[in-house]
Write a protein that binds this ligand. Structure first.
Ligand SMILES: Cc1ncc(C[n+]2csc(CCOP(=O)(O)OP(=O)(O)O)c2C)c(N)n1
Ligand SMILES: [Mg+2]
Length: 645
């Protein structure tokens, strides 16, 4: 037995957890982010200090962030980059420190990425209630602000007594390491309980290995899936994040090379196949390539691998138009397998793809169909090159760069293994369509929550993950001025930690993305640009905001460039540097990247006095007619089940 405080026991437990998959073990908890206040400084904070000073090389590392939400972003990005086999904890104080993490929790859960959140909580004993930052409720005596973590966490627990700690930690770690269940796990730790001592059994701190499962498909389900695929004439794979987390890239390549099936990719799935693989048709859906969307339109069998089928992936259920189109969904999470009335295959992506390849031996899609996919992908790649070169774009004011040129320059001048990180604004869509992904971990766009402010913190987490794998790849964070203004604080952390990220800060004086969306929906770009207020609204001159000076004030090296040639030189310089570098570039917000005709469902007012809204509503109603429900039950009977085998 070992007498420790609850916080000390928690830290000691986290240090002893390992994951194993494919025979390789590594520590699961790579560190703990934290910002201290009275809710954790003397509890978890003291425990981290004690371990740091112990001289034990396996102590839980502490990282001091600047904003709780950003710390969660960094932790989540870290876990994604490490294929969910390693993760981080985040400790926060009670009250605002805790609730600042809620957005990060939702982001983690939506993206199915593990993070352990340890918000401080108000006294379990209530002896001093109400304590600073305590929410009092006349109706419910046992709630605190931390209860808002419940809907955004895959698991929530509150440790009110030391005796509860062992089971709470074990449940938490099992869920975090389970590929089908993972997400944000929240353990609320009342501040008095954190400091309370207890005689913990030594076994709680023994080295513990969590075997990350690769569930294999059930034979009958595999047979059904194979029957559907065999009947296909125009099959298409939609690759999602599950391909990456399962490290199923080689298995996917083998599957599609054996069958001739082309592959479209969701945001999380981008990089599943190298962009120049002949069967890669790139991004699919609302921000998809013309190639992928042309194939989607006609596909008779869609094979979703590790995808959630978000509205961006399905173009709000308009991407797949063939009569009687059927879906086969391979996913480690049963939750996703039945979407679009699919024939479900619950399995690890790698195991499932390998089993499908074997079971489909000898079967291939029509050669002409496969060749057409390659041809369409080639046509799209020529469009990408023109966008990179700024060809065919209108003349822009003041020699400003065009966003597609900026993306092209970063793509062409970055190393093939470098990572691009982004989350919100117009860049995720442009990157989805235009980025040539050369490495399976080279594309990291958070588009489950698409959270403004994720970018810099996320980039920091990605770089920390690379460093922990002794990998010197550079990380390029692409961030708009809107996202930058929302959360730039982790630049300071990057500088403090000596972790190099390259931040490409694209200033276009507001929201190019929502501006264009607003325009297309008849809302006239209202409230989407950063301008002085005049008598007629926020439509005055540009503001004198100096984001380059702002970045420099936070300790980063800053390269402010004018025009695309200057930008290219700056990218090379930033690559050479060992320090966190922000490249500040102004672009024209009114020049869009090339597009496919795909649609995204954002409802327009049914009635309005504005002519622009009325017009947009008519267009909206027209688009709605193409929206499909995919409700027909899966016709996936095998010949055997039909009784004529
Ligand atoms: C936290 C958060 N708030 C609001 C939004 C809605 N939103 C999506 S993109 C965007 C504007 C982003 O502006 P900026 O970073 O400058 O990128 P740009 O659109 O100019 O490319 C907004 C407000 C969001 N995604 N996240
Ligand atoms: Mg902007």
């Amino acid at each position: 037995m070992t007498v420790l405080t609850v916080a000390q026991a928690t830290v000691r437990f986290l240090e002893a957890q390992f994951t194993e998959r494919d025979g390789i073990e590594r520590p699961f908890f790579a560190g703990c982010w934290g910002i201290f206040g009275h809710g954790n400084v003397a509890g978890v904070g003291q425990a981290l200090l004690e371990r740091e000073q112990s001289g034990d090389p396996s102590h839980l590392r502490f990282f001091h962030g600047r904003n709780e939400q950003a710390m969660v972003h960094a932790a989540v990005a870290y876990a994604r980059q490490r294929d969910r086999l390693a993760a981080m904890a985040v400790t926060a104080s009670v009250g605002p420190g805790a609730t600042n993490m809620v957005t990060g929790a939702a982001l983690a859960t939506i993206n199915r990425l593990p993070v352990l959140l340890l918000p401080g909580d108000t006294f379990a004993t209530r002896v001093a209630s109400p304590v600073l930052q305590e929410l009092e409720s006349a109706q419910q005596g046992d709630i605190s602000v931390n209860d808002v973590f419940r809907p955004v966490s895959v698991h929530f627990d509150r440790v009110d007594r030391p005796e509860q700690l062992a089971s709470a930690l074990l449940h938490a770690t099992r869920i975090l390491t389970d590929p089908a269940e993972t997400g944000a796990v929240t353990l609320a730790l009342p501040q008095d309980v954190q400091a309370e001592s207890y005689d913990f059994p030594d076994d709680l701190f023994a080295r513990r290995v969590w075997h990350v499962a690769r569930p294999v498909p059930e034979p009958a389900a595999l047979e059904r899936a194979v029957a559907v695929i065999r009947s296909a004439r125009r099959p298409l794979v939609v690759a999602g994040g599950g391909v990456a987390y399962s490290q199923a890239n080689d298995a996917l390549q083998a599957f599609v090379e054996a069958t001739g099936i082309p592959v479209g990719e969701s945001q999380a799935g981008k990089g599943s196949l190298a962009y120049d693989h002949p069967q890669s048709v790139g991004a699919i859906g609302a921000t998809g390539t013309a190639a992928a969307n042309a194939l989607a339109e006609e596909a008779d069998v869609v094979i979703g691998v590790g995808t959630r089928y978000s509205d961006f992936t399905t173009a709000s259920r308009t991407a797949f138009q063939a009569d009687g189109v059927r879906f086969v969904n391979l996913n480690v999470s049963a939750f996703d397998t039945h979407k679009h009335s699919a024939t479900g295959l619950v399995a690890d992506a790698r195991e499932g793809l390998t089993a499908l390849t074997a079971a489909l031996e000898g079967w291939r899609a029509d050669e002409a169909y496969t060749a057409r996919a390659t041809e369409l992908a080639g046509e799209w790649d020529a469009i990408v090159q023109r966008a990179y070169d700024g060809e065919g774009a209108p003349q822009v004011a003041d020699g400003l760069a065009i966003q597609s040129q900026v993306i092209g320059a970063v793509n062409e001048l970055s190393g093939p293994r470098d990572v691009v990180v982004c989350a919100a604004g117009s860049m995720p869509g442009d990157l989805h369509k235009l980025w040539r992904t050369r490495d399976r971990k080279g594309y990291h766009v958070e588009y489950g929550f698409s959270c403004m402010g994720y970018e810099i913190a996320g980039g920091l987490g990605v770089k920390m993950a690379a460093l922990d794998e002794d990998d010197d790849r550079d990380v390029f964070v692409m961030v708009g001025d809107g996202s930058y203004l929302m959360m730039n604080t982790e630049l300071v952390t990057a500088v403090a930690e000596g972790v190099k990220v390259i931040v490409v800060l694209v200033q276009n004086h507001g929201y190019a993305s929502i501006g264009a969306l607003s325009q297309s929906l008849g809302s006239q770009r209202f409230g989407t640009s950063y301008r002085y207020r005049t008598d007629s609204g926020l439509d005055g001159d540009k503001l004198p905001v100096d984001l380059a000076a702002n970045a420099a004030s936070l300790g980063a090296d800053v390269l402010s460039v004018a025009g695309i040639e200057d930008f290219r030189a700056a990218v090379l310089k930033a690559k050479e540097s060992t320090r966190t570098t922000v490249i500040h570039v102004e672009t024209d917000p009114l020049v869009p990247a090339p597009d496919s005709p795909a649609w995204w469902d954002v409802p327009v007012s049914e009635v309005s006095v504005l002519e622009s809204t009325q017009q947009a509503r008519l267009a909206y109603e027209d688009h709605k007619t193409r929206q499909r429900a995919y409700l027909a039950p899966a016709s996936d009977e095998t010949p055997h089940e039909r009784g004529n085998a």
